[in-house]
Design a protein around this ligand. Sequence first.
Ligand SMILES: O=C[C@H](O)[C@H](O)COP(=O)(O)O
Ligand SMILES: C=C(OP(=O)(O)O)C(=O)O
Length: 445
Amino acid sequence: MSALNNLDSWRELPAAQQPDWPDPAALERVVAELGSLPPLVFAGECDQLKNELAAVARGEAFVLQGGDCAETFAGATADNVRNKLKTLLQMAIVLTYAGRVPVVKIGRVAGQFAKPRSKSTETREGVTLPAYRGDMVNGFEFTDEARQPDPNRLLKAYHSSAVTLNLARAFAKGGYADLRQVHAWNQDFVAESPAGRRYEQLAREIDQALAFMRACGAEPEEFHTVEFYSSHEALILDYDQALTRIDSRTGLPYDVSAHMVWIGERTRQLDGAHVEFFSRIRNPIGVKLGPTTTPEEAMALIEKLNPDNEAGRLTFITRMGASKIREHLPTLVEKVSASGAQVAWICDPMHGNTFEAAGGYKTRRLDDVLDEVSGFFEVHRALGTHPGGVHIEFTGDDVTECVGGGTEILEDDLALRYETACDPRLNRSQSLDLAFRVAELYRSA
Ligand SMILES: O=C[C@H](O)[C@H](O)COP(=O)(O)O
Ligand SMILES: C=C(OP(=O)(O)O)C(=O)O
């Protein structure tokens, strides 16, 4: 094995946010089994996404990345996956048609089962238990038994990812994503939501454009299917290493649990295990950058993770918070672009805008989310760099987890349908509100 392919090198370094597995021998057995299972994605597909992200880095395309904060095993149902994909497709259509930009569609799906936490324990009514770290690690239920980390959950995460990805691929390629379905995606939704009505108007225009193109004899394959990619935070390194395979074409390692993987804000330490592991795999990768990131740290991450300056390899996902983005983002972007480093910049307007509402619900205001996205565009426009995409937490269902939006959700409404296993997600109507706003920002360059 070449030194480059030494995938164990991270084990020498501090690994933040890893579970305290109670039975190391059981973990070893599971890891060996995962190592023998087939890949979920192919290295060639990861390269294809890398090429698309290279176009984003060059300013020629826009990323729409999103899905649940935390997928659950119970949530891997046909309805759930279809609703998420439907919302993503609707958002992508709004961006492509109203924003006039090619959209790279990446789900936070088929692997987003592990969560970093700010505290390792949770206390309710005087009882303290380990914090929920995602279905890949332990159970959400507040009991001693459920909260114990169980390595068999890694296997369940693999199988649940396989089922989800299989469905998502079928929806993307099997006719559901056909542009002739633009109305069908909206049918259950149009009457009761301002965003739905706005979307319907746009869908009518698309219909006319399609009819015109058909009459001209032009009906490219891209009208009937979409490219859809999977991604997750590669947090539990035992899992992602076990699913790393050597690509037979190139002899290089790819994490074949997803097309793209990212490093979270809490695990991006330069001398930490996550950055080391990511430096060994050849997937397109992301790194979350919060408001404390210095330009020097950003440059050191580039040096370590993309020493060959390959376009499409590295995406910086900034998550500063609406009140900080205009102050903190410019110095990062300036320094990185002055260095000639090829990175794609995308905006996560969710994670810097979380607060606790009365009643104890973690929530976000859609206005803050939109404001952070506006700040992201303002900064990039002022510096002449490319605002390359958005990364959001959303669901296709009509949940009440974030406040605001065209169909306004108030803090008092949060209890009505608060279903997330971790952080609050935009519902379908709020997601479309966001897509229309982003399209306006994109066009107003
Ligand atoms: O989704 C992200 C993180 O897991 C989350 O923001 C951490 O949340 P916590 O502060 O409730 O642990
Ligand atoms: C934990 C997450 O974000 P961050 O690392 O930016 O806090 C996330 O995207 O789920």
